[in-house]
Design a protein around this ligand. Structure first.
Ligand code: IMP
Ligand code: MG
Length: 180
């Protein structure tokens, strides 16, 4: 028996490609003449970030931070730990954070507070997806790909217990799609 849960396509390849191109165009326009540092939040943003940077043809640098919310399940525990921090100085730099999803907002809010204390010249957020129905803290997303429903999504970097990150489209997990 194959125990793989039922997956239903939410965002197709062509929709993702069109949206990543749109985000790259918006970012390119705003960062003309600058040399920003893009900080990808591991692990979920790695596929999105790779596709995005290939479409940015101005000087930039790439960094990664790995956060963990003390939980391997579908619920953010709200207790955030930095598993891998920054290797670059960000004081006085234009910093653009790249996220896969903003759900309750706890992870992003923790991260933005941490980065703001390091006094970058500017700090903006780009997220592939936004699940606003579960937001607990206000978050401004400067560059947003898709608003998604209150369902658990996987693929294109997003995981369930470390699986499904390699799927090329974004799917809804149909077995337990309503998160309480
Ligand atoms: P937040 O702190 O509740 O905003 O959630 C942050 C993290 O929870 C994200 O970076 C994801 O790793 C994970 N997450 C939240 N919703 C989903 C989802 O629908 N699919 C996969 N991961 C999710
Ligand atoms: Mg995750």
């Amino acid at each position: 028996m194959n125990s793989r849960p039922e997956l239903h396509t939410l965002l197709r390849r062509d929709e993702i490609e069109t949206t990543v191109k749109r985000l790259a165009a918006e970012i390119s326009e705003d960062y003309q003449g600058k040399s920003p540092l893009l900080i990808g939040i591991l692990k979920g943003s790695f596929v999105f970030m790779a596709d995005l940077v290939l479409l940015l043809d101005f000087p930039l640098e790439v960094e990664f931070i790995r956060l963990s919310s003390y939980s391997r399940s579908r619920q953010s525990s709200g207790r955030i730990k930095m598993v891998q921090g920054l290797c670059s100085e960000i004081r006085g730099r234009d910093v653009l954070v790249i996220e896969d999803i903003v759900d309750t907002g706890l992870t992003t809010s923790f991260l933005l507070d941490y980065l703001r204390r390091k006094e970058p010249a500017s700090l903006k957020l780009c997220s592939l997806t936004d699940k606003p129905s579960r937001r607990g803290v206000p978050i401004t997303i400067d560059y947003l790909g898709f608003t998604v429903p209150n369902k658990f999504i996987v693929g294109y970097g997003l995981d369930l217990d470390e699986k499904f990150r390699n799927l090329p489209e974004i799917y809804v997990l149909e077995d337990k799609c309503q998160i309480k």
